[in-house]
Design a protein around this ligand. Sequence first.
Ligand code: SF4
Length: 446
Amino acid sequence: MSMTAMEIYALLPQTNCGECGTPTCLAFAMQLANKQATLDSCPDASDEARAALAAAAEPPITLVEIGSGDEQIEIGNETVMFRHEETFHHQCGLCVCIADDAEDAEERIEKAGELWFERIGDMIGAELVAIEDRSGDPDRFAELVSAVVQNDKQSPVLITSDPDLVRSTFEAVEGLAEARPLVHGADAENWSDMADIAAEYDVPLGVSADGLEALAELTPQIKDKGVDQMVLDPGGDDQLQTMEQLTQIRRQALDNNFRPLGYPTIAFARGDDPRKVAVDASTYVSKYAGVVVIEGEEPWQLLPLATLRQNLYTDPRVPPAVEAKLYEVGEPTEDSPVVLTTNFALTYFTVVNEIEASRVPAWVVVVDTEGQSVLTAYSSENLNAEVAAEAIKEVGLEEKVNHRDVIIPGYIAVMSGALEEESGWNVTVGPREATAIPTFMRRLVS
Ligand code: SF4
């Protein structure tokens, strides 16, 4: 939380000596508040002032890095409670949890590695795989952690309260320290040993406690042992209590700059009912987990979660859009159909996916509608006959095809006459819904 000029002024020597390059301490305080100067310019600044300004410059929620290289994710460092206030900056990690006493653990690690989906141009899925200690067998635990590291698709999370097991696993698994796993974790009993290990291997540490007060007592002690990267597990008996705790932690960090709770969080969605697990997980994605751990690796569980997360962590001020230009689907020729659509990313990728499914090569003219979908763009005049005709002309289609036929979305059939007049092209009205595109395209060329 930033300090005001008067708060900074109260910490300065107030001698107006001018050695900082400004005539008065107040003027210098104003420069500091506006981040136009640093305290180093004042030779007489006290240690108290230095510490206070350093603390004020820290983000209210620490940025925590889990994993390394291409698999690394960053969580935390959020600045608002609600997405519409600004944006959410670092999307939560999705983590598949596999117990080490599961007979099919190896196959499930493999399966988790395939949990990636392409959506509006991004690969979305689970970035983390947790191995949970239930067998009490260090060799088995290390074997499965090693499988996650070797799989090279996700970053590992170690779930155990046994510091000896964590240490032996680091010693046994080649490349584990470099993979920078999240170790989860520390509690009221083991925090000292766990903090030593996290500091030694420079890895983030999960911290759980019975309630927020207990958590707030633990984190400063762990920080004093040299661990800055923590992830808080507030527990909770059910979905509602967990969500309340996650919200409280976020509020304490953002509204009160309460440093002991100024870390990202982790929440667990567990249980026998896989549908409830998915629903609970979606709650934690929304409010306000930094890592959501789920028991289950079914695509139908992960895809909705990853989609929800992608929507929440998209900047609400910037519609997701693709470049407005001519795209080729397959290997279109001069005889191939021409399809017109908007540059709203979801519309574009849906249309292109369905054309690909039809196996009919096509040219796709993407009109710049400022990232709006077809109907929204038509309603706001970002898509009309003039705009569409200009787009057809600009992409140089007349040199690429030997016909003058363009297919427009069914929802804007009403502008087909005006577009024919404006462009000189024949307009065919396509389907309203993208799911009908494959049949439409196949009929078109049959
Ligand atoms: S150098 Fe320090 S004491 Fe001197 S005027 Fe600047 S802020 Fe004040």
